[in-house]
Design a protein around this ligand. Structure first.
Ligand code: NAD
Length: 285
């Protein structure tokens, strides 16, 4: 029997509707959740991501604004704008689109964003909170994966989870979140010897590498849940994940497609984090 295909588009729509209700409630208290997005340079992929993020915010009725800088903008200018946004009461979330040009220190930029407005969840304080078992602003992509699992009623506690990839924005926070939910977690990297030995143990397999069809069907445990975070453009223009979808869906119980799986959830969780940031402001007031 084939796997159930996890419909990220439909789940994202349902989750956004929930966050819209929360945003509407804030509006009745006179608070309009606001997101500021900073982009430096004109990387077409970054511009597309930003357009989609702004569109999602508008759909939910949030305020959103783009701060565009030319590629040769100094680091000082970018940090200055972040400092202004940190104290702007109309802005509850600040996001700096990565990658930044090489003359700008991404870590320094992330650290300058107020941890209370760090809706991407990349600030060291928020990453630390994740290590300590808290969830101030969970990074959007792993948060989206967790939300997909919860929506599909896929148990996490007691399961063997394998995360392939250890980036700071996906793999590492994903592993911590699964650990926090009671899974037994293994993290595999490019240095892992015999990757299949690990993936075959996975009740939940999350793959975030950026290599088309790295995970073949033979590497998937029968009945597993396979979450494919990867986004790769093939020479013929086709978009694929890191998992051989056609093969893996014959063995898995649940699987996400690419596109239409994790991607829509990442943007949805950005909306969620922005609304939560505004809710915290409302609570303090
Ligand atoms: P990254 O390049 O920062 O990290 C890739 C990781 O994969 C590294 O930790 C590396 O050790 C590991 N790796 C490389 N080769 C490997 C191999 N052969 N076996 C096992 N591990 C290997 O990438 P990232 O930023 O985490 O992104 C990963 C993928 O996810 C990319 O395709 C990216 O486009 C995609 N992505 C998707 C979303 C989304 O919303 N769907 C969000 C973020 C990233």
């Amino acid at each position: 029997m084939g796997a159930v295909i996890i419909d990220g588009v439909a789940i994202a729509k349902a989750v956004r509707a929930e966050w819209k209700e929360r945003a509407d409630r804030l509006k009745t208290q006179g608070i309009l959740p606001g997101l500021a997005v900073i982009i430096v340079g004109d990387n077409p992929a970054s511009k597309l991501y930003i357009r989609n993020k702004i569109k999602a915010c508008r759909e939910v009725g949030l305020h959103s604004e783009i701060h565009e800088f030319p590629r040769d903008t100094s680091q000082e200018m970018v940090l200055k704008r972040i400092s202004e946004l940190n104290v702007n009461p109309d802005i509850h979330g600040i996001l700096v689109q990565l990658p930044l040009p090489p003359h700008i220190d991404s870590a320094k930029v992330q650290e300058t964003i107020s941890s209370e407005k760090d809706v991407d969840g990349f600030h060291l304080y928020n990453l630390g909170a994740l290590v300590a078992g808290g969830t101030v602003f969970p990074p959007c992509t792993p948060y989206g994966v967790q939300c997909l699992l919860e929506h599909m009623d896929i148990p996490i506690e007691g399961q063997n989870a394998v995360v392939v990839g250890r980036s700071n924005i996906v793999g590492k926070p994903m592993a911590l979140m699964l650990l926090q939910k009671g899974a037994t977690v293994s993290v595999c990297t490019s240095k892992t010897r015999n990757l299949a030995q690990y993936t075959l143990l996975a009740d939940i397999l999350v793959v975030a590498v950026g290599k088309p069809r790295l995970i073949t069907g033979a590497m998937v445990k029968e009945g597993a849940t396979v979450i494919d975070v990867g986004i790769n453009r093939l020479p013929d223009g086709k978009l694929v994940g890191d998992v051989d979808f056609e093969e893996a869906k014959r063995r898995a119980a649940y699987i996400t497609p690419v596109p239409g799986g994790v991607g829509p959830m990442t943007i949805t969780m950005l909306v969620a984090n922005t609304v939560q940031a505004a809710e915290r402001v409302a609570e303090k007031a």
